[in-house]
Design a protein around this ligand. Structure first.
Ligand code: HQG
Length: 179
């Protein structure tokens, strides 16, 4: 399966497993899961065909391991805008986590901290390299270290997704290190 096709199927899955399942008549369960057969039939009925082999390839080789398969079901591991309960348990973060953004957001972030915007949670990375890639989606990346150890001591909850993305509700400005 070539890279372009992998990205195309992955983007299609992200769109319908995270954001707009109703666009192809899908209903996710509370945990965000859907039967693979149902997903494939719904996609086909709405003009996008992919094989089970292609789906398995995307699940296994997707650059961020965005999707998880459990028996006959699939879900996105994180990044939803629709209401789902991923059932992730609380986790103790490393002392520092990193957020990748761009300069034009810094004034707002200085004033109000990091907010989840359209997603459920603020997404943080365990290493600078990943945060740099996240920021680079929007322009020249700026990486903000987050004092996750202090946040955790102060009672802020953290969870970590199946693909290693750290999630928290919000990051107040005092826990951020600005350039
Ligand atoms: C910014 C991708 C103004 C924030 C990535 C970001 C990640 C603020 C944008 C995942 C703000 C939200 C998430 C504030 C935050 N004022 N701007 N107070 N607080 N922002 O896409 O972290 O490919 O929702 O800096 O790899 O960029 O989807 O979050 O620029 O893991 O799997 O508002 O998405 O993964 O953007 O990315 P997003 P994100 P996938």
């Amino acid at each position: 399966m070539d890279e372009r096709r992998t990205v195309k199927v992955s983007k299609y899955l992200s769109k319908h497993l995270r954001h707009q399942p109703e666009r192809i008549g899908l209903t996710l369960d509370q945990g965000g899961w859907v039967e693979i057969d149902t997903l494939m039939a719904a996609a086909r009925a709405h003009g996008f065909r992919f094989t089970r082999e292609e789906l398995d390839h995307v699940v296994a080789h997707n650059d961020k391991k965005r999707f998880a398969v459990d028996g006959t079901r699939i879900r996105a591991s994180q990044g939803h805008s629709v209401e789902v309960d991923l059932g992730l348990s609380a986790a103790t973060p490393p002392p520092y986590l990193y957020h990748g953004t761009v300069a034009r957001f810094l004034d707002a972030i200085r004033a109000e901290g990091l907010r989840p915007m359209n997603r459920h949670d603020v997404h943080l990375s365990a290493d600078r390299e990943t945060a740099t890639r996240v920021g680079a989606r929007r322009g020249r990346p700026v990486v903000l270290p987050v004092d996750a150890g202090a946040m955790h001591r102060d009672g802020h909850g953290f969870r970590v997704s199946a693909n290693g993305v750290w999630l928290t509700e919000a990051v107040p400005p005092r826990y951020l290190r600005f350039p």
